[in-house]
Design a protein around this ligand. Structure first.
Ligand code: SAM
Length: 240
């Protein structure tokens, strides 16, 4: 595109991602609402309410950040269930844990890297990762870990930015490379982090590529559902 990418070398990616999320943690929820016009709530609601997850089930929310999906899962599985809110970033988790506590929800919270999950094999009924996979350096390793910790019959859900329908590309580019960093600068006083956000979205594999990656990680019945004209896609895969 004519906007150009400032690509981050792989060796620097994890450090850059850590810096971005330590810096945005406090404003993260506000910025999500502002930048998506509240749509992220709709995408997450769709994810939580179309999922098949048993009451009493065990759920792992990876890259869970401030805990939007975890809250939804906790309601779905009920008091007999087990929902882990995890993220590699302690600042994001602190905001999330405090917010859930204020709402009266106590969940186990753990700092962990998706590429090296501290959970046994075949443990969870459902694993979710929303707006997290694109930040991971080795997505194949992370997907393999997600596969490992799922029970046979368990489901992986990946909610992530994806490739927008072609007629909307121009306006979407303008939005994400011009307006978004400007809003980041104005509201969060942090233009660089929101510039990274736009770039990381463009670099992320599109719908079909991610589907292929999930198949390669061993998942079956892999499919996806586009939301908001492909701005976001929800991928689903089952471990047999
Ligand atoms: N899931 C939340 C949501 O949908 O609002 C937060 C998404 S936030 C955009 C992305 C999160 O991915 C950040 O909190 C970041 O710390 C986390 N993350 C990045 N790399 C990670 C990794 N390797 N393992 C676990 N979490 C990671």
């Amino acid at each position: 595109t004519h906007f150009g990418y400032q690509t981050v070398p792989e060796s620097e990616k994890a450090g850059r991602v850590a810096q971005v999320f330590h810096s945005v943690a406090k404003n993260y929820d506000l910025m999500n609402d502002v930048m998506s016009g509240g749509l992220h709530r709709v995408w997450k609601h769709f994810t939580v309410h179309t999922a098949r997850v048993p009451v009493g089930g065990k759920v792992l929310d990876i890259a869970g950040g401030t805990g939007d999906l975890s809250r939804g899962w906790a309601k779905r599985v009920g008091k007999s269930g087990e929902v882990w809110l995890t993220d590699i970033n302690s600042s994001m988790l602190t905001v999330g844990r405090d917010r859930l506590l204020d709402e009266g929800l106590i969940l186990p919270v753990a700092v962990c890297d998706a590429e090296q999950l501290p959970f046994p094999d075949n443990y969870f009924d459902l694993v979710s990762v929303s707006f997290g996979l694109r930040n991971m350096t080795h997505k194949d390793v992370a997907l393999a870990e997600m596969y490992r910790v799922l029970k046979p019959g368990g489901t992986l859900l990946v909610l992530e930015f994806s490739k927008v329908y072609a007629p909307l590309e121009g306006v979407y580019d303008w939005y994400s490379f011009k307006l978004l960093p400007a809003m980041g600068k104005w509201i969060a006083k942090d233009e660089a982090s929101y510039q990274y956000l736009a770039e990381s979205i463009r670099m992320h594999p599109d719908q079909e590529t991610l589907k292929q990656m999930m198949l390669e990680a061993g998942f079956d019945q892999v499919d996806y559902h586009n939301l908001t004209a492909g701005v976001v896609a929800l991928h689903k895969g089952v471990k047999f």
